[in-house]
Structures are given as C-alpha cells and as structure tokens.
Design a protein around this ligand. Structure first.
Ligand SMILES: Nc1nc2c(ncn2[C@@H]2O[C@H](COP(=O)(O)OP(=O)(O)OP(=O)(O)O)[C@@H](O)[C@H]2O)c(=O)[nH]1
Ligand SMILES: [Mg+2]
Length: 325
C-alpha cells in the first residue's frame, strides 16, 4: 500500500487500514519507515489537530483503566470519539509486558466510537524513542477528537507522556498521602490535576483526607505550570462519582491554555522536543547497530572489566573510533 492509500483509509476511519497504519509507524524496517514518514507528512498537513490530548498516569493498580473506561463512556455518550493509547514501559525494561490484558476497557473496546490500543514503548536498543506521538497523529486524522494516553508510573514514561499531551492527570490511591514522600515529586510537578481514586465505600473518607493532603502539599510546592494552579479532586470510577467534575477540570484547563495561545506554544515546544528525541534515537541507533562499533565496544568493555581503562576513558575511545571511521 502507498502512503496516499494509507492516508485515505485513515481519514475515512477504516478500522482495518488504521490498524495497519499503527503497525506501519511502529515498524523498524527501513522500507516501512519511508512509507510511514510519507504518511505522517501527508496527515500532518491537513488533519484535525484540535483533539484533546489527555495523559493519565499513576501507580500500578491505582485505577487508571477503570477511570478511562468510565470517562470514555461518558464522553462517547456526549457524541465524542475517544481513542485510548496504553503505553507499556515494562516492554522497555523487561522485554515483556506487565500490562498484559489489564489494558482491557470492555465497553470502550466494543464501541464503534472508541478505539483502545496498546502502544509499545522503547525499542530493541533500550532507547526512549517510541511511536506514541505518531499513533496520536493517526488517531486525530481518523477523527478521534479525544486521545487519552495511559501510562503506568515506571521509568521515564510519565515525563514522556506529559511531553506529548495537552493535559496531564496523575491518579493517586486513597491513603497515598501517608507516603507523600514516596511519590515522585517530578511527577506531581507535571500534573495539571491530581485525582484521588476509589473514593467509595470504606475508602471514601480516606480519599477525601488524601485529597486535602495533596492540595496542601501543592500549595507548599507552588506547583503552577504557566500560571495554572493544579486541581486536586476525588473520584469513584465504579460509582461514576467525580468523573464529570474531572472532565470539567480538563475542559477548564483547555480554556486556560487556549487563552493567550498557550496551547499552540506548548505544542510547538513539544514538536521541538520530539525532533531532538528522534535525532537522539537515530544517533544511538546508527552508532549501536554498526558492526565494527559493536566489536569495538565489546573489547573496550572487557578492558573496563579488567580495570585497564576507566569507564569514561573507554567511552571516549569508543566514540573517537567511530568519528574516524
Ligand atoms: N472501589 C473501587 N475500586 C476501583 C475503582 N477503580 C478501580 N478499582 C479497582 O482497582 C483495581 C485496579 O484497577 P485498574 O483500572 O486495572 O488499575 P490500573 O491503574 O489501570 O492498573 P495497571 O494498568 O495494572 O497499572 C481493579 O480491581 C479495579 O476494580 C474505584 O473507583 N473504586
Ligand atoms: Mg491499566
């Protein structure tokens, strides 16, 4: 299939072609990459980039998928088309998947107005480059007006997801305030809103306490991003409480970003970061896949192990050997 044929299918929201387009942009084969770049170039020229790009992160089991299912159902009932991309950083770390079938969002997965897709992260070389941004563009071109990126709080994945979305939600469990120090400060600083999950049954009052603790902690942090004061809410995805309020906060945040062109500026900066990340990934790829480099790295590593060279001297030697090549 040519890039133009892919583009037509994606624009027409043809599920089969859309699925193949996702596979295409994830492919590492040089021939696929060429078609993928042409496709992305075609789509970026004309497609609708006004979709709400929402990032959702939180510790394993905090309730991300259940929350997205509840929110997504509400949004499609209002006439939206919702795409969910689940980034699995464990594929980078373990080579396997810890999300497994836990990305299940049964109703959204069945709905014609929604799309749920796992998005691989990292690569064979352990690089940070993934194809989630490309997947977001495909979803937008296919007419999804809300794109939700779910990631579990492992490794660098939250920072990456925050750098490709307009609004970043951090979900926290009831009682998480007891280990406030244990929650990565950097992640809290990225949050446009914190949502305490499972505010129901026996956990309802604990969730409210946690909300207050985090609201207080945010005040102390003076954590505002471009003048936006992050909100702290509670929700119960099982009882459909606080979901509408959370969406109202996302909408309010969007209005805020649209005023003074902040959304456009944020996306400009994201495109620049994207460019630098790809340059970085390509350099690594080119360097590490070169066969002579591989042999050279192996012998330098042996010298480091024997204590004959310091790690940094060996690294310098590895790089200077390539630049001479
Ligand atoms: N009581 C209660 N339980 C919930 C709620 N939301 C999720 N859960 C439960 O919490 C568990 C984990 O929910 P998930 O939605 O799979 O959590 P997750 O954050 O997506 O998990 P990972 O993808 O594995 O990181 C499940 O047993 C859910 O039923 C809620 O609002 N109230
Ligand atoms: Mg999940």
């Amino acid at each position: 299939m040519t890039a133009a044929e892919y583009a037509a299918g994606v624009r027409g929201a043809d599920r089969t072609i859309l699925g193949r387009a996702f596979t295409l942009v994830e492919s590492r084969k040089p021939a696929d990459r060429a078609v993928a770049e042409e496709l992305l170039q075609l789509l970026s020229r004309d497609s609708n980039h006004n979709a709400v790009r929402l990032g959702v992160t939180g510790a394993p089991g905090v309730g991300k998928s259940t929350f997205i299912e509840a929110l997504g159902k509400r949004l499609i009932a209002q006439g939206h088309r919702v795409a969910v991309l689940a980034v699995d950083p464990s594929s980078e770390i373990s080579g396997g998947s810890i999300l497994g079938d836990k990305t299940r969002m049964p109703e959204l997965s069945r709905s014609a107005q929604a799309l749920v897709r796992p998005s691989p992260s990292g690569g064979a070389l352990g690089g940070v480059h993934n194809r989630t941004r490309e997947a977001i563009l495909l979803c937008e071109a296919a007419g999804f007006d809300i794109v939700i990126v779910e990631t579990v709080g492992v490794g660098q994945s939250e920072t990456q997801v925050a750098s490709m979305t307009d609004c970043f939600l951090v979900l926290i469990g009831p009682g998480a305030g007891d280990h406030l120090q244990g929650i990565k400060r950097g992640v809290i600083e990225l949050a446009d809103a914190l949502v305490v999950t499972k505010a129901d049954g026996d956990s309802a009052s604990l969730a409210e306490n946690t909300r207050q603790e985090f609201a207080h902690a945010l005040e102390l942090l003076h954590a505002d991003r471009d003048g936006w004061q992050p909100r702290v809410l509670t929700c119960s995805s099982l009882e459909d409480q606080g979901i509408a309020e959370t969406w109202a906060t996302v909408a309010e945040h969007r209005e805020f970003l649209l005023s003074n062109n902040r959304l456009a500026e944020r996306r400009r900066q994201q495109r620049l970061r994207w460019f630098h990340e790809v340059v970085d990934a390509l350099l690594r790829e080119r360097f590490l896949t070169d066969p002579t480099t591989a042999a050279r790295l192996e012998s330098l590593a042996a010298q480091v192990l024997r204590g004959e060279l310091t790690p940094s001297a060996a690294a310098q030697a590895a790089l200077s050997a390539t630049s001479q090549a």
